[in-house]
Design a protein around this ligand. Structure first.
Ligand code: SAM
Length: 232
């Protein structure tokens, strides 16, 4: 089973939306699971304090290194092979390639930040890999963790149907996906492109490849610079 362990101040976020649809069904079938570790259980003193004011001054609060270390050490064995991620806007942007590599492993350990973030020293001391889900700031790492988990879980064997293996999807092969159509054949003056109704699988594949290239060139030319040209 692919296992996610999430360290958070808000365990109630999980599984949250991942209890529905494909991910929820797969969890019911024990394809994957998520367990939470409440960081507050490792807080300091009678009030279980988890944060303190930033060294050097400034607004907000910072989650303490000792509290995060205690949370990790109490819940993750030293030889646990799973990557340890810290959701952070300062992290490496999450890509479909990284999602595929995470989905092909045993699972993930994810630390969710809050407030101004987490004391830098524990990130280094526990070898956490900082991962961002985009160039904007969320109020906490939980929604970012849910995004990462959703992207991984749908790729686990047996989660998507056989026809929807994801191989043609956006970001596979550094391309966005070609446009999709379904019934009705005519919609408000627009028709389904005739090639898609031709039954000629070679022509359909060529049309889709050309459309994928065109939409990528128009919307995300940066992707094409990474691309292996022999795949065209
Ligand atoms: N002060 C931090 C900064 O400017 O980089 C932002 C802290 S944010 C309010 C609180 C937490 O939300 C972060 O520690 C992180 O866990 C999470 N977070 C916010 N934006 C994120 C993003 N784009 N990707 C991943 N995690 C994010």
């Amino acid at each position: 089973m692919w296992r996610a362990t999430v360290l958070t101040l808000f365990p109630g976020f999980f599984p949250g939306p991942l209890g529905f649809s494909l991910a929820g069904d797969a969890r019911d079938r024990a394809v994957w699971d998520v367990e939470t570790v409440d960081i507050r259980d490792h807080g300091i003193g009678r009030h279980r304090a988890v944060d303190d004011t930033p060294a050097g001054g400034g607004p907000g609060m910072v989650i303490r290194a000792d509290v995060v270390a205690a949370s990790l050490d109490a819940s993750i064995a030293p030889d646990d092979p799973r990557p340890r991620l810290f959701m952070s806007p300062r992290g490496k942007p999450l890509t479909q390639a990284r999602v595929r590599s995470l989905a092909s492993g045993d699972g993930v350990v994810i630390l969710c930040g809050r407030f101004e973030g987490v004391d830098e020293r524990v990130i280094a001391a526990r070898g956490l890999e900082e991962v961002s889900i985009g160039d904007y700031v969320l109020s906490g790492g939980e929604i970012a963790a849910l995004v990462l988990l959703d992207a991984c879980v749908r790729l686990l064997p047996g989660v998507m149907g056989a026809q929807a293996s994801g191989v043609d999807e956006s970001f596979e092969n550094d391309l966005l996906e070609y446009p999709q159509y379904t019934r009705p054949r005519h919609f408000e003056g627009q028709d389904i492109p005739p090639t898609l109704l031709s039954g000629d699988h070679g022509k359909i594949a060529a049309w889709r490849r050309a459309e994928a290239l065109a939409v990528t060139r128009a919307r995300r030319p940066d992707l094409l610079t990474n691309r292996r040209t022999d795949a065209d």
